[in-house]
Design a protein around this ligand. Structure first.
Ligand code: TRP
Ligand code: SF4
Length: 405
């Protein structure tokens, strides 16, 4: 399939390997990935190079973190039969595109990304005055643009990074997207389609360009994509020629904002590894039940007879994610009237969470017991990813006059 035609259906996202994932990661990202994999052609990768930008001093746990995270993905329901799952560092094309893009990226773009100064301040104990750390969003841009995806499912915190990838793409296309003698080459490509198809292409292109007929545009695209004899370069030209005078070598992706429920951790703050308030996706069910029984509730509810306020209780936030309306209603009502105790309130929640975790443990176990399975999945994913990546990089090199045609 051609880049332009397949872009409409491609989705890409990545995660830094931080060891075992928790329910916050599941509800904040993974669950959404699992849904998307059946609607789009999805590329999901472990951003292990990104982990180095802040964790370059001790890299010894990286292999284990990568392995465990991939098991978590599979346990969550990612299906390697439909989604392409791979590790960033096994696709060297990411590094090459990063290098090439670095040549055209103004330093100021990177310096003004909000996460740059924020993270440096937050992680003050680390020396983050490095080249790699400054380049974090550009490496991410390379990750993205390499697959020419239409959508990037991420949370709010990553929007600025996707935005910079759009700016970089625009700059690249502006500098290199205009192939010399594009029009002549496109005209020649039309003749490659053959007499009848070529005439049809011209007719549809005119309908679209003169009358804005989008059905004609779609039909012409289909005509071009279905032709298996023309070269990839010609296909790109013909697709680009339909809409304008040049080709977008690196199409601009868009954020697909993940709807994230507020998932509180055990202490009521946002669930996060750095707060040590997490419930692991595949944690031991007894330990999870124990943790939940001890979980923070509305602090005003000291005695069983004190009424509480569910809106001030993190347990109720969990109900909102896990329980149906009836159960939420029962909990809120029982809380406000002191009709139920906090342990009563937590009981259905504990059952739901333990069941969810049980399901993920079950799915993960097979991979836990057989690491070779995981390696095979990643090997296959890398193959597929590289195929797409190479296509883009070929176009990029050609556009930058870095290889002879
Ligand atoms: N920066 C992302 C994060 O910390 C991870 C990431 C790296 C990513 N490359 C990406 C996400 C490309 C989406 C697309 O979560
Ligand atoms: Fe929270 Fe439920 Fe206790 Fe109310 S009854 S304080 S909602 S745990």
């Amino acid at each position: 399939m051609s880049a332009a035609a397949s872009q409409a259906q491609r989705v890409l996202s990545g995660m830094r390997p931080t060891g075992q994932l928790h329910l916050g990661n599941y509800h904040g990202a993974l669950r959404n990935w699992v849904d998307l994999q059946y609607k789009y052609s999805c590329y999901f990768f472990v951003a292990d190079w990104h982990a180095l930008t802040t964790g370059y001093e001790d890299t010894s746990k990286l292999p284990e973190y990568v392995h465990q995270m991939v098991i978590d993905w599979l346990a969550a329901g990612l299906n390697p039969g439909v989604a392409t799952i791979f590790v960033q560092s096994q696709v060297p094309e990411h590094a090459e595109l990063h290098l090439l893009l670095s040549m055209i990226t103004p330093l100021s773009w990177l310096e003004r990304v909000p996460t740059y100064k924020d993270q440096q301040a937050q992680l003050a104990e680390k020396d983050l005055a490095t080249y790699g750390f400054l380049g974090y969003p550009l490496l991410q841009s390379a990750d993205i643009l390499l697959y020419r995806p239409a959508w990037i499912p991420v949370g709010e915190d990553q929007v600025a990074h996707v935005e910079i990838s759009r700016e970089v793409a625009r700059r690249f296309n502006h500098l290199y997207g205009r192939e010399p003698e594009f029009e002549a080459k496109a005209e020649r490509a039309i003749t490659e389609l053959g007499g009848r198809q070529g005439a049809l292409y011209r007719q549809l292109r005119r309908k679209y360009q003169e009358a804005g007929d989008t059905a004609a545009l779609e039909q012409a695209r289909a005509l071009v994509t279905a032709d298996t004899r023309i070269t990839v370069a010609d296909r790109e030209r013909l697709l680009g020629y339909l809409e304008g005078q040049s080709v977008a070598i690196l199409p601009e992706p868009q954020v697909l904002l993940t709807p994230t429920p507020r998932l509180p951790g055990l202490d009521g703050r946002k669930m996060s590894k750095s707060y040590g308030n997490t419930i692991g996706m595949r944690e031991d069910p007894d330990a999870v039940a124990r943790k939940l029984k001890a979980m923070q509730t509305d602090p005003a509810r000291v005695r069983r007879t004190d009424p509480g306020d569910p809106d001030k209780c993190p347990v109720f936030d969990l109900h909102k994610v896990y329980s149906d309306e009836a159960t939420c209603g029962w909990a809120a009502q029982g809380c406000r009237t002191a009709g139920i105790g906090c342990l009563d309130c937590k009981k259905p929640l504990i059952e739901r969470i333990v069941a969810e975790i049980g399901e993920m443990r079950r799915r993960g176990q097979e991979y836990e017991e057989n690491p070779q399975l995981v390696r095979n999945i990643l090997a296959e994913g890398v193959e597929r990813a590289r195929e797409t990546a190479r296509e883009t990089l070929d176009d990029v090199r050609r556009a930058m006059h870095l290889r002879a045609d």
